[in-house]
Design a protein around this ligand. Structure first.
Ligand code: PBG
Length: 325
């Protein structure tokens, strides 16, 4: 009996052999922890569709980050939540704004923490769109200088990386120029390069109060059906000066992550978005899936697809699980 000669099961025969031969591993250093910061003090507002995630006032944000740092998390991605909204998103580029204040305090208390800020207008505009609106149209070029101002204000507050998530054409270049001209050539850009118009952002919009009041985001975010166009977006952002590129969402776009990984040399990030988080939490709460196993399998899949970095609301849970094992 010569068959089968090659028995791949030999490689799976003991826990130690399986561990030895594992091709993809999740490290805490791979993770970026997204956080929502709101005005006030001692505020910890739950987000219904994202159990375990809160809108935190800056004082409580500092405590949350202290715990995350202790668990080995290196980087956070900040989103501001505000009631003060207007047509031109003034609160987004206010030097005394919520994100700007949070960044300053975070860098003061945790100088080594990598602070990344989401640069977008949707949480700050009265209409909830990511750009300037005129006659129901989201204007591209009129939006660019507001994004650049927002990015600059984050840099001035001490951000290490700014992450434009608006999907206007040309914003990476305008932000790069604005940073360079103002003495912030050391601040990097993590561009949401291939960001799809996804239904998986639903819970986030509740969290950030950033749902569009009319229409949708399909005239600026990408059509989920388009693979080649995602590559164009990524190459364009790199040509404009992006240091790192992001694919978003992650799970329905693993093929995009893989293709970007094979085409570019820079670090690639994937955003495990709010809807992906909500689905896992909901099923786990029902006892229908094993949360830890599902989350770790998901992270492994995203990393195996080619992501170097994963932005995930599960970051602190993962930190705890990695320590347990
Ligand atoms: C802002 C922004 C969004 C997300 C990140 N930045 C929402 C959107 O584009 O509507 C989504 C993040 C998530 O769902 O976790 N433009």
């Amino acid at each position: 009996m010569h068959y089968p000669q090659l028995r791949l099961r030999r490689r799976r025969s003991t826990p130690a052999i399986r561990e030895l031969l594992q091709e993809t591993r999740i490290h805490i250093e791979d993770l970026i922890y997204p956080l929502f910061v709101c005005a006030g003090a001692n505020k910890r507002e739950p987000i219904e569709a994202m159990p375990g995630v809160y809108r935190l006032s800056v004082d409580l944000l500092l405590e949350e980050v202290a715990r995350a740092r202790q668990e080995g998390i290196l980087a956070v991605l900040l989103f501001g939540v505000t009631e003060s909204k207007d047509e031109l998103a003034a609160a987004a580029y206010d030097a005394e704004g919520i994100v700007q204040k949070a960044v300053g305090l975070l860098k003061e208390r945790f100088p080594e923490l990598v602070v990344i800020t989401d640069v977008c207008l949707c949480g700050y505009t009265s209409h909830g769109h990511c750009g300037v609106v005129k006659d129901g149209v989201i204007l591209n070029d009129e939006t660019l200088h507001l994004l650049a101002q927002t990015a600059l204000s984050h840099a001035q507050a001490g951000a290490d990386l700014v992450a434009p998530s608006d999907m206007m054409d040309g914003r990476v270049k305008v932000i790069r120029d604005q940073l360079d001209e103002n003495g912030f050539s050391h601040v990097g850009i993590l561009s949401y390069a291939a960001k799809f118009a996804s239904a998986f952002y639903g819970p986030f919009r509740e969290a950030a109060g950033s749902a569009p009041s009319f229409g949708d985001r399909r005239s600026y975010q990408m059509n989920p059906a388009n693979r080649r166009e995602a590559m164009e977006e990524v190459l364009l952002d790199l040509a404009e000066g992006a240091d790192l590129v992001m694919i978003k969402p992650a799970l329905a776009y693993l093929d995009i992550i893989r293709e970007v990984r094979e085409r570019v040399l820079c670090p690639v990030a994937a955003y495990n978005v709010s809807g992906e988080y909500a689905m896992v939490k909901a099923a786990a709460a029902q006892g229908w899936i094993d949360e830890k196993m599902v989350v770790m399998e998901t992270m492994t899949g995203i990393k195996r697809a080619g992501a170097d970095l994963i932005i995930t609301y599960h970051a602190r849970d993962i930190a705890r699980w990695l320590q347990e094992d």
